[in-house]
Structure formats: structure tokens, C-alpha cells
Design a protein around this ligand. Sequence first.
Ligand code: AMP
Ligand code: MG
Length: 408
Amino acid sequence: MNPVGKPGKAGSLLAVEVALARLLEMAEASKIRERERLPLARIQGRVLADDLISTLDLPPWPNSAMDGYALRLADWTGEPLEVSQKIFAGNAPQPLEPGTCARIFTGAPVPAGADCVEMQENAEVLADERIRFAEIMTPGQNIRPQGQETTVGELILSAGTRLGPIEQGLAASLGCAELDVVRKVRVAVLSTGDELVEPGQTLGPGQIYNSNRVLLCSWLQRLGCEVIDAGILPDDLVTTRARLGELKDVDLILSTGGVSVGEADFLGIALREEGELTLWKLAIKPGKPLTVGHFRGVPVIGLPGNPASTLVTFALLARPYLLRRQGVKEVEPLKIQVPAGFVWPKAGNRREYLRGRLESGRAIIYKNQSSGVLRSAAWADGLVEVLEGRTLTEGDCVGFIPLSEVLS
Ligand code: AMP
Ligand code: MG
């Protein structure tokens, strides 16, 4: 870490992956250990606390994949067979009478003794109600064997898995009514700056509306965090100290703005006085300055204030940090390689995350990539990664991180 005022090697920037690795290490060291048991319907967006091990075979018995007829292949000589029972899903069948077949429907248990299901389209019902099978049949056809999906004792979901509709469905299929999940991370969101005014109020001279607050609060909720909306912190040291002091029972203070090396750096002063502050200069654009530290032991991450910088640094650094604190293993978003549909003639010394979208399989970028322009991200459906030191011509490969990957 480079303490403020001692940037290490002159002008050196911290690589994004190094910053991420450090943040993840910090998150790992302060992982949330508490857990709570919740009904299945309420685990959406939460993180599984223990491995989920199957206590069932799925399916619990062989069942039919088709509407048709179950038979024992050895009984079939080419002559029509009599129907000895009818089995619907939910029925408990009798063993198959030798020399007969059973009418069977999708999902119904295959009777003991049967080793094949023929679909009804390949069977002819004769006038005397016997069944003639026309096609050659093979053992096991159209039967879903017991334990095809899962057997007792198998690991189904690992601790640290984020839970969504699919995991909820899977747990339900195993009969789980409740699961232990990691307690929510409590995150206090602070906006800083005298210029900020909440939407709904009238703008005075020099004022702008606070957009980061709602953006972060709602994003954090999507990530399964408990959000403490700590409002706007004015550019004033006494208030800053007092307000930070109120945020005791939280796992993270997440602030935006206010920790540039400028004169209005009151958050920075308060952290240095009663905690620790390191200011990272990241090789990332938008979003160079990132604050990491603590206030009286409560971890603090300070994101840059420009809305597009807030978005990019939250997506790439704060989000993985918060997920890891909940014990999630896979915290980095999916990144695909796509051809660039734009040119990038001038190599930069920072890794750029351009707000872009895919058009005919190529990444194109919003016309204005200023860090103050949030509209670029609303237009975009992904972050286009241009590595430091790179120039691009159309068709060159670039990384593309879908926004849908990081927004939840
Ligand atoms: P700062 O890091 O405080 O110097 O802020 C950098 C830029 O981001 C300035 O133009 C601020 O006005 C702007 N900014 C800071 N916080 C917010 C916010 N919560 N919403 C919108 N813009 C902000
Ligand atoms: Mg400010």
C-alpha cells in the first residue's frame, strides 16, 4: 500500500489486478462468520453458509420420460401385448405382470420388471385393446434411471455459492425447506460534498444532484447487502468526524468523493486521525483514486466521486470485495473477448473501461467517455476493457464485461 504523500515509485500506478488481490485478501481476513436460517423463498441473493449435500436420490425411482407403454423387452416377441395396469405420475405401480405391458405417463414410476418404455406414437392400440409395438426397442429407452441427477451424499452446492432462482429450485427438488445463509454485510453508504443536493430539492448555484447515493444503495441491495443510507457528508471536518463515529455497527463504510488530495479532503483527515487511510492510485480509467482504510476499526472504501468512476470502481473492486466478505469464491465477473467495432489510436497508461455495447457481435463505445457522464453507462450494456499500452484497430479483440454480470 502506498501511504498518502508517499506514492512509492514516483508516478507509479497500482495495477487493477494487484488492487483487487489486496482487497480480496482484506475481505478474506474479515469474512462474515455469522449465519441465519431462512426459508427457501427468502434466500434469493444470499450466500450459502454450508455445503448442501443430497439426502435423496433424484429421481428417487426410475420413471418414464414419455407417455407410452412400459414393458419387459424379453417378453416381446413381436406379438401384441395386453395392458395390465395404468400408471400415472404420483401412482405407486404393481410389479409388471409377465407377458404384459403397462400404460404409463411421463414422470410415473416404471414398474418393477419393466426395462423399456415405448412412446405412444410408436404403439398401435388394436381393436381388442392389446398394444402392437412397431419399432425396434432397446433396454432402458425412455427411462430416467434412479439417481440420474443426484445420488445420496453428493455435493450439490458448495458453501459460498450465491443463491438465485436456480439454486432455490435445486434445493427444493431435494426437499430443503430452509437453508443456512451468511448474514448480510452491513454497508453504510456516504456521499460527500457540499455541492450535493438530493433529488426533489431545488438546485442552488454550484449545486448538483446526488446520483451516487441511490445508485450504490440500490446496487448493494441487489448484492444481498444490508444498506445503511448515511446521507450526504458536508465538506467539514467536525461533522465528518461526528457522522463517521455514528456508523459503529457496520461492516463497511462505502463513500464516494471527497478524498482527492484537495483542500476539501475531510474524510481523509478524519480517517488519518482516527484510523488509517491509504490512497491508491489505480491504473484504471475512469476511477484513478481509491481510498482504503478504516475509521476506529470499521473498514472504509472510498470510491471516486464522478459517477462513471463510481460505477466502474464499484463493479470491479468494491463488488468483489463485498462478495468475498460473504464467502463467495467466484467474485470476478465473466469477461468475454469480442472484436472491437471502434479504433483506439492512442495507447494509455491506465486500463480503460469504456461504456459500450455489442452491435452485430462487435463492441462499440458511447461517444462521450468522460467520468462525469453516467448516461454513457445507461446507453451501454457492458464495460469494454482496453488494456494499458494498447492501441486498437477495428476487429482487434477486446474484453467485454456485461453490465448484467456485475449489477447483481
Ligand atoms: P470529489 O472526489 O469529491 O472531488 O468528486 C469528483 C466529482 O464527482 C465532482 O465533480 C463531484 O461533484 C462529483 N460527485 C461527487 N460525489 C457525487 C455524487 N454523490 N453524485 C454525483 N456527483 C458526485
Ligand atoms: Mg467532493
